[in-house]
Design a protein around this ligand. Structure first.
Ligand code: SAH
Length: 520
């Protein structure tokens, strides 16, 4: 049996995309086909190579849902295709079977492994964090605790023939005096609860049911075993949900860190460039928010790339380079790399406008000589002069966006510098907003919108139909700084507006923090 290609049965973890193992991520990063389920967070597909074939085999509305036999067959067929391809091309055409939680905990991973073995398909298993352990942890429930329980039992509430009585020994479960974790079967909870009580389990045993555990919209229902006998009570809980029974379920208030994060339950619309949404979104997610990204700006090469290539060639003859954005640094770096050059091609003096720009420069090994605190363009030339003294005759290169405000250039020229303004990149609005963002706005699910530049505000306005513009008008908004605030005001969007005191992403997060403290 050849070793490659290989099928990896990978546990995707319970939902939070951070709860994937490093081995799981490696397998996804290098595979050619991913076959994934409804419970595997589709965010994880981001790790896949762009060319990977993504096959969804979960339940789908209006379409035939693949049976387990069909999935087994699909695994083998895909492996055969990749094996044939591997003979001719590269041998690394692995297949990832991505399953929610752990593949071997009520995930039918065992059945798939057996089928693969029977068909002589080489496979490996990469365990995942199961929802029955991670879900409680995210709801403030440790599944074991020395004071309360010394055992955890993982149970499916849904047996193969849908008859919950089959296979479960309720007498034994009731006597365990430990933590019981039920997967699946929210609908069968009343039957389960009734049988457990009949078998002698105390109706007052604390219970917690966690819906969409570890997701930003996780919801925990707290109850006692007796309440679970009520079909009405259970009917309010939608799948997927994990049910915990036992004394530890009563601890949830003290340990409930996840649901107590400041932005938990809030949905934030992040308007940014496609390339740059990352940092702000990540911080918001850390604070508990559900983030919907609405790219309102696309980065594109400048209209005159040849001029940039020439300018980059002259860079080392300049006395000073000024970068006003992370994009400018990245673009300059790309052009330098293409020209086979490196950071030594930069002039002696380098100025970064704003801490994020300075951080981007540090990543290419440059510590900016000056990072003006105040970085609205008009104040910038003054800052440069007060720090660096006389600029008369200085050859300055401004490496920035194609459409940039002239104030910086004119300020420096008036002070006697020779300024070359190089358009490193241009920005343009995308053709449309993602459907997810439009739906969330129209369904009033957005709690806050972030704006990181005047163009994010203007482009969002232009991309929205009038009724949604009106909704935005009434929603809380967070602006990165005065120029952006000005743009919002011109659009009539200045109600419910907070402006960051420091005009960068950490400044925006600090503004949110301050606001939360005021609210508390
Ligand atoms: N292999 C998976 C379980 C698959 S069975 C694992 O290890 O987690 C499917 C059941 O898992 C669901 O019915 C539900 O009970 C549970 N489940 C999976 N993900 C969940 C989540 N994010 N929140 C709550 N329950 C979840």
């Amino acid at each position: 049996m050849s070793t490659y290609p290989m099928v990896f049965l990978v546990g995707a973890g319970p939902g939070d995309p951070g709860l994937l193992t490093l081995a799981g991520k490696d397998a996804i990063t290098s595979c050619r086909v991913i076959i994934y389920d409804a419970l595997a967070n589709p965010e994880l597909l981001r790790h896949a190579p762009p060319s990977a074939e993504l096959i969804y085999v979960g339940k789908q509305a209006n379409r035939h849902t693949l049976t387990q036999d069909e999935i087994n067959e699909l695994l083998v067929t895909k492996w055969q295709q990749q094996a044939a391809f591997a003979k001719v091309h590269s041998p690394w055409g692995n297949i990832v079977r991505l399953k929610g939680g752990d593949p071997y905990v009520f995930g039918r991973g065992g059945e798939e492994g057996q089928y693969l073995f029977a068909h002589k398909v080489p496979f490996q298993v990469i365990p995942g964090i199961t929802s029955g352990i991670a879900g409680p942890a995210y709801a403030g429930i440790p599944v074991t605790h020395r004071d309360f329980t010394s055992s955890v039992t993982l149970i499916t509430g849904h047996q193969q023939d849908s008859n919950v009585a089959v296979g479960l020994n309720f007498d034994a479960l009731a006597k365990l005096n430990g933590t019981l974790v039920f997967y699946m079967g929210v609908k069968t909870l009343p039957t389960l609860a009734t049988k457990l009580i009949a078998a002698g389990m105390d109706g007052q045993t604390p219970a917690a049911i966690i819906h969409r555990a570890t997701h930003p919209n996780q919801k925990t229902y707290r109850a006692h075993l007796k309440q679970l006998c009520s079909a009405d009570f259970c009917a309010q809980i939608a799948p997927p949900a994990i049910t915990i029974l036992g004394q530890v379920a009563g601890l949830s208030e003290e340990l409930n860190w996840f649901e107590q994060r400041p932005l938990f339950g809030k949905t934030v619309l992040v308007t940014r460039t496609r390339q740059q949404a990352g940092e702000l979104s990540r911080r918001l997610i850390e604070l508990g928010a559900m983030v919907i990204e609405a790219p309102t700006i696309e980065l594109a090469p400048p209209s005159d790339s040849a001029a940039v290539i020439q300018a980059i060639g002259r860079l080392s003859h300049a006395d000073m380079a000024i970068f006003t954005s992370v994009n400018g640094v990245h673009a300059a770096w790309d052009y330098l790399m293409q020209a086979g050059r490196d950071a030594r091609a930069l002039p002696q003096r380098v100025v970064a406008v704003g801490p994020s720009t300075a951080a981007a420069l540090r990543q290419i090994g440059i510590i900016a000589d000056l990072m003006p605190e105040e970085f609205t363009s008009d104040k910038l030339s003054q800052a440069i002069q007060s720090h660096l003294g006389d600029v008369t005759g200085l050859r300055v290169m401004l490496l920035r966006a194609q459409i940039a405000r002239p104030a910086l250039r004119t300020g420096l020229e008036q002070a006697g510098a020779q300024v070359e303004d190089v358009a490193m990149y241009q920005t343009r609005p995308p053709s449309a907003l993602p459907a997810e963002a439009l739906t969330a706005l129209s369904e009033d699910r957005i709690s806050l919108i972030t704006f990181t530049s005047a163009s994010t505000a203007n482009n969002l306005f232009n991309l929205l139909p009038p009724d949604l513009r009106e909704k935005v008008r009434h929603l809380p908004k967070l602006s990165i700084g005065p120029v952006t605030t000005q743009a919002l005001a011109s659009l009539g969007w200045d109600a419910q507006l907070t402006e960051a005191a420091e005009h960068d992403i950490p400044g925006m997060i600090a503004a949110l923090d301050r606001q939360n403290q005021v609210q508390e």
